[in-house]
Design a protein around this ligand. Structure first.
Ligand code: GLU
Length: 309
């Protein structure tokens, strides 16, 4: 690969000072902002290339929405999932309750805003006859798709989210009151807070991106984990709604399906080329990693990965 990742880390790390670590979840406010790491899974050579803080564990947060969407589709089928959640951009913040009220929606707008993600998780929780331990199954699936057996639930972050997650709670109760949500609210929320508190590395996210980029087949053992259809759909959703309200801007600037989380992670899937995981915890106003996005843009430009070019 003709790209000096260590140098790109050095150039982009100082940009973290333009952002701030998430503080609305108290445990996330403790994270050192001065970190930047990247891992790339190269599908052609079947190798992982890493630089910077690529083995540092951090909270997956919203990137877990990709994993629970894929798990819900695998368990319940595309049809069932999309009866309960849409595929549109919202134009509102990721945790907005307003858009559902104003637009008199019958279901949340997409699986990557909090309302849609809580709904998706509630579908997994509701399926409890087949799935008595919904979070245990999500964790297993996350470990498998990230090729990371050490991926674990951080109790401190989980309790911090649970204690302060009143906006998420209000979204869930709103959906329940409008009969959108079938499952019980509290177990659905607990599972949602647990999924957000899973600890990953840039390397785990590169593996997740690689499965998506490889049409749903795990490149490390050649086994299909998810259907081609769900991989394709998820990539298109990442392209249109993966970066909160900056999704449109970054699909123009980066041109690779990407999902962010307020823990500072980014996962990208460059079809048939690379899975990319990035970590840098200082965020811009919209909730995306500042140095992480700058680094991602340099990598995509350097490797010519923009799917529109
Ligand atoms: N746990 C976070 C929340 O519910 C996830 C948000 C995110 O990463 O965008 O607010």
């Amino acid at each position: 690969m003709n790209l000096d990742l260590n140098n790109l880390i050095k150039e982009n790390l100082p940009k973290q000072t333009q952002g701030k670590v998430a503080s609305y979840i108290p445990a996330l406010a403790e994270v050192n902002p001065n970190q930047l790491g990247v891992a790339l899974y190269d599908l052609k050579n079947k190798e992982i290339i890493q630089a910077g803080d690529s083995d540092v564990r951090f909270a997956i947060e919203s990137i877990s929405k990709v994993i629970t969407l894929l798990w819900a589709i695998k368990k319940l089928g595309m049809q069932e999932v999309f009866t309960h959640v849409g595929s549109r951009q919202t134009g509102f913040a990721f945790n907005s309750i307003l858009n559902m009220e104003i637009n008199k929606l019958k279901h949340p707008m997409n699986p990557f805003v909090n309302a849609g993600a809580i709904m998706t998780t509630s579908l997994i929780v509701e399926d409890k006859k087949r799935d008595p331990e919904p979070f245990a199954e999500i964790l297993d699936f996350a470990q498998e798709i990230c090729n990371d057996p050490d991926l674990y639930l951080d109790d401190v972050i989980y309790h911090s989210e649970r204690r302060t997650g009143n906006l998420d709670r209000s979204l869930a109760y709103y959906m329940k009151s409008k009969n959108m949500m079938i499952a019980e609210v509290e177990p659905s929320l607990d599972t949602y807070f647990e999924q957000c508190s899973m600890m990953v590395t840039a390397k785990s996210l590169a593996n997740l991106g690689a499965v998506l980029a490889n049409d749903g087949i795990k490149p490390w053992d050649g086994e299909r984990l998810i259907s081609s259809e769900s991989a394709t759909y998820t990539k298109s959703l990442m392209m249109t709604t993966g970066l909160y309200n900056q999704s449109g801007t970054y699909s123009r600037l980066i041109g690779v399906p990407t999902k962010s989380g307020v823990g500072g992670g980014l996962v990208s899937a460059a079809p048939h080329e690379y899975g990319i995981g990035v970590f840098s915890p200082a965020l811009d106003k919209e909730g995306n990693s500042v140095a992480g996005l700058a680094l991602l843009q340099d990598i995509v430009d350097g490797l010519g990965l923009d799917i529109f070019k």
